[in-house]
Design a protein around this ligand. Structure first.
Ligand code: FAD
Length: 421
């Protein structure tokens, strides 16, 4: 479509930010509605996969992302006895690929700055949308005011979306029984600078660290630390107190305990909950789902933000190419749900292997996960799932050769000072 569209984006998370930016760059007039009065990132850090990085490359942000983030070459998990359970390297897929660990605040700031530079985007912060008239393209806020009509309403209000009910019935929409505690730590003397590192005691205990680089303007690099916990046990964990938890961590992973130091304040650990959500359809009338609102899943596979970024670029491309909005939405839904098909299932199958009280499953994982990942066909499949480029069950998500070269070059530059320290 070549005409200038009037677009509303609900939600200013990574999905909403990227959608607003991509559509404004295509010349559309964009208004963003975010319920938080002073929007900012919530949470510690995430691992950007080649899929999400390609979307950021298309938005012209790959250089900044690589300069701030931390290149991650390997995902490694082991038992308390030091026996490897998972050991995957991007290089086994393609020596030019890697992930980038990034602070949520850093990605938020980069997208926010790019949006501020763009003309044609208006941000309504502190404006919660409570009703969406999908056919009329209008939105009602919590003060009773109506906005619109818009040609396109991109609903990017997150995993617990309250607006998607007006678009679709849900196949699945439920919280996971397990969640996590998260915080950022100074990189300090932590020995693994380019790995996601995890420790597991069966599936009952899991801790991990991910290098996530630095914030714009900040000199020091950080790690994101997480501790897995059943959602219902949070109060019991808090009541048991600091020493009890540090002792448990010491038993699981003495090195991580030592790294936290004597002065560690458990009050900095923030609580995160996950949700599983699969809609029957992604659009109705003028409203279309983007990001977690369309496909929330446990972060076990670390794909959520990447999929949200890919959604944003896919929606912009389809609107550019189709002759009608309905045609664009249909093509977008087909494209994105084909990419996501295997991820929903894997995330539901894998999560109990890492977060549950099912000791038999965990024992099987400890025995079989690593050897399975070395079988010729399974190895490639598991690596593609990790990198976000498994498309459906058999296909491969396309990565542009120019992007892969740019990633190799820029991530290598970013890694250089660390390697020489
Ligand atoms: C603990 C944890 C770890 C994770 N780790 C990773 C990882 O390593 N890699 C990865 O790819 N993903 C990871 N994820 C998933 C990732 O964080 C999400 O998939 C991603 O943030 C989704 O972005 P989004 O923009 O769709 O939604 P969100 O980031 O949730 O943004 C939604 C926005 O909408 C706003 N909003 C909600 N309702 C309304 C309303 N009614 N009106 C106006 N505004 C509204 C909210 O305030 C919010 O700003 C993790 C998630 C968790 C919880």
């Amino acid at each position: 479509m070549t005409r200038r569209l009037r677009v509303a984006v609900v939600g200013y998370g990574s999905g909403g930010q990227a959608t607003a930016l991509a559509l404004a760059r295509d010349g559309h007039e964009v208004e963003i509605f975010e319920r938080v009065p002073q929007p900012g990132p919530v949470g510690a850090g995430f691992l950007l996969q080649p899929t999400g990085l390609q979307a950021l490359w298309r938005l012209g942000l790959l250089g900044d992302v690589c300069a701030l983030g931390a290149p991650v070459s390997r995902l490694y998990g082991e038992t308390p006895q030091g026996r490897a359970v998972m050991d995957m390297r991007y290089a086994a897929l393609d020596t030019r690929l890697c992930g980038i660990g990034m602070q949520r605040g850093a990605l938020f700031a980069l997208l926010h700055a790019a949006i501020a530079r763009e003309t044609g985007i208006q941000l309504h912060a502190g404006c919660a949308i409570v009703e969406s008239d999908c056919d009329g393209g209008r939105l009602r806020d919590d003060q009773g005011g109506w906005h619109g009509p818009f040609d396109v309403v991109a609903v990017a209000d997150g995993s617990a979306s309250t607006l998607r009910g007006a678009i679709t019935e849900m196949r699945i929409d439920k919280p996971y029984p397990w969640g996590a505690l998260w915080c950022l730590l100074p990189e300090g003397e932590w020995p693994w600078r380019d790995e996601l590192r995890q420790r597991y005691l069966r599936a009952r205990q899991m801790a991990g660290v991910l290098p996530v680089g630095r914030m714009p303007g900040a000199p020091s690099r950080k790690l994101s630390f997480f501790w897995s916990l059943p959602a219902a046990d949070f109060e019991a964990w808090r009541n048991a107190g600091r020493e009890a938890w540090l002792k448990t961590l010491e038993g699981l992973w003495p090195q991580a305990r030592e790294h936290l130091g004597e002065a560690f304040d458990v009050g900095v650990l923030a609580r995160a909950a996950y949700r599983d959500a699969i809609p029957r359809r992604w659009w109705r009338g003028r409203a279309v789902l983007v990001g977690d609102a369309a496909h929330a899943m446990s972060p076990q596979l670390g794909q959520g933000v990447n999929m949200a970024l890919v959604d944003a670029l896919a929606l912009a491309t389809r609107l550019r190419e189709a002759s009608s909005i309905a045609g664009a939405f249909d093509a977008y839904q087909n494209e994105r749900s084909a990419h996501l098909a295997a991820y929903h299932r894997y995330s539901r199958w894998l999560t109990p292997l890492f977060q549950s009280n099912r000791d038999n499953l965990a024992a099987l994982r400890d025995l079989a996960f690593l050897p399975a990942g070395r079988l010729p066909l399974a190895r490639g499949h598991m690596l593609r799932v990790l990198a976000g480029i498994q498309h459906g069950w058999w296909g491969r998500f396309p990565l542009d050769a120019a992007f892969v070269d740019a990633l190799a070059e820029q991530a290598l530059d970013a890694a250089a000072p660390v390697a020489h320290m």
